[in-house]
Structure formats: structure tokens, C-alpha cells
Design a protein around this ligand. Sequence first.
Ligand code: 13P
Length: 253
Amino acid sequence: MNSKRKTIIAGNWKMNKTCKEAEALLGEVLPKASDAACEVVVCTPYVDLPVACRVAEGSKVKVGAQNLHFKASGAYTGEISAAMLQELGVSYVIIGHSERREYFAETDATVSLKIGAALEAGLVPILCVGESLEQREQGIMSEHIRTQIKIDLANVSAADMGKVVVAYEPIWAIGTGKTATSAQAQEVCKLIRDTLAELFGADTAESVSILYGGSMNAKNAAELLSQPDIDGGLIGGASLKADDFGQIIAAAK
Ligand code: 13P
């Protein structure tokens, strides 16, 4: 963490929690976030967003979505636009999560369009990048991450880059209980920042919050967050338990 940048602890609930369950979980999370030293975000399923926005209103917790469509409106059955999210009171949106890239054929080209749509609607995009175990073992991790960053942010100006959050999520660490070591996570978050500096200039790169995601939990959060280029966490499984999520929030001092 670095005092120049915003520290963000964001929960990605993925496809978990009905509306009623979401209301109950958020009700438990709110008191744990009331004196947080960081920004706290919960990214819920689409259908939970209205109740989450209502429950979180006036609190320190911001609400995020997990995806959007890049078109403003039209014949795109089953899709949700940035304006629909913005009108609900949603502040953040996860874009390019590896699960969407893997299971829903998300490409760097569509990720790039979605980043643009989010920014235009005033939503903060949380861009996810990360390598597979195979890519890491093949020694092409750096090229892969740099390529994702370059294409996904190709249409973003330096001024707008200040509004984007990047999350490094090694695919092999997601939902596996196998966390990257703090040194591994720091190495890639620094690589991301160096790439942002090449593309947008050093000042902009220094201002971007870069999160780590992948089996972050109450036990390992403080160590990961102590790294100079890790400015927060994107948390899956542990964000579904209010106590665990609360301990991660508390670790972000
Ligand atoms: P886990 O914390 O469950 O590994 O998930 C991480 C993640 O994918 C957050 O977006």
C-alpha cells in the first residue's frame, strides 16, 4: 500500500447470494466497514444490485457490478448496459474477470470496449488481468500481462486512466486456496505499474490503484497488502463471509 493511492478492498460475490441473502450479508458487512481506512466495495450479481444499493446508501460501502455490455442499448438479449448500472447507484464494475474470459468467450477486444463504456457512464472499471499456470510455467507471464494491459486499455486516455483500477488475479490462485506469495504478487503488480508508466506516464501510473486477487483471506491479507505496489484486494470466497471480509478490511490500514 502507498499513502498516495486509494486502498480498495472489493468483494466479488460471483454467482452467489439471492436478493434476500444479499441483503442479510450486506447488513453484516456494513458495521465492519463503518470505520474502514480504505474504500470498501461489494460486487454483487446483477439482480442483487438494487437491494445492495438501497442497503449501502449513506454507508461507507460502494456497490459494484461484475460485468456490463459495451453497447448503450439495443437488441442484445440478456445483457445489461452501463447506464442501467449507473442509474441504480452502482459505482464500480469488474471487467475482464478470468472466469468471463474463460467461460464466456470474453476477449481483450471486448474488454477494451467495456472499459470505454464504463468510463463514459462514470463507473469505475476494475480491469482484471492474470496468467494461467501454463503461461507462468512457459515463461510467458510477463508478455501475457503486458499484452492484456496494452490491448484492454488501448482506448483509454491518460486523464481517464486515473479513474481505472487494475486487479492482478493469477488464474492458478483463484478459488484454489493457493495464494501467490507476496513477492510473486508484488512482482507482477510492479510489472503492471511499469507498463502503465510506459503507456500513460509515470505520474499517472503512480496514481492507479492495483489490487491483488486470488485466495486472499483473513490470514494472508496483511502480508499481501504490505507490498509497495499492492493497493488492495479483489476477494472472492472470503468476501462471502462477513467476519473474514471484515478482517481483510481491518488489515487494510
Ligand atoms: P477467490 O478469492 O475465491 O480466490 O477469488 C478471487 C477472485 O476471482 C476475485 O475476483
